[in-house]
Ligand binder design. Sequence first.
Ligand code: TMP
Length: 269
Amino acid sequence: MVARRDLSPKRLWLRKSSAAATCPPIVDILRYAPEGTCPCEREVGGCFLGWGQLSAQGMDGVLITFEGGEACGKSTQVTRLERRLVGLGRKVIAVHEPGFTEIGLSIRHLLLHPKEGQTIRPETELLLFAASRAQLVAEVIRPALEGGTTVISDRFIDSTTVYQGYGRGLDLKFIEALNQFVVRGCRPRRTIFLDLDIETARKRQMRRVRPVGPSDRMEQLPNDFFETVRCGYLDIASREPERFKIVDASPPVDEVERMVWAELEDIFR
Ligand code: TMP
């Protein structure tokens, strides 16, 4: 039998807490944390309590997220949904990732417009996207949901799963754990995936009128990358059909808007 004081905070917490058994993300975070660097018991306990409180209170607001590849029309559909919900008398805020907060915007710039010749490691990329999200959740999304506001987010956790997990080939289990750690219970009630084939997306990108500069670092990735990203989204859709809805993004915007609403209407009735 190992003495209590000989256990690292990580092992001690795992042994003590039956909550760990019902909270796989925390176990994952701890499993991945190198010995001696894991969060202390109090922090881990606090993190878990945070999630419990959120689900117990059931937060009055609803989080809806939009996902998709490049030029699939997310921002147009986010704006249209926002307008519709305001028309229905809802309190609504639309956010986007990475960015929106001041810190998030600096991270966005680092990620999408690095200095010429600067190479960003996939691991760095993953952590920067997660950092931007952590800030957005804490500063904006959580307080809004707690205050009964509907939050529409242009990209959220699934982007990290498919771009950094499927696309960059980083460990999907670790990404799931990181996502959980960052959002701490603020999970999307429903996600609209605007599905567009790569060829059409590329044509739309060429037609885009850009306010500034050339395409960003991610947009310059090869078509193979975006094929993998799309497969990732389709995989999530097959695993989580209740939450993750596929909408064909190739028809005219009014038609896409109608299809998006058909997938969300029941939540706002
Ligand atoms: P945007 O063009 O929709 O503003 O998104 C910025 C880019 O960042 C887009 O290429 C998708 C990518 N991205 C990731 O790779 N991982 C993430 O977690 C997020 C939020 C975005």
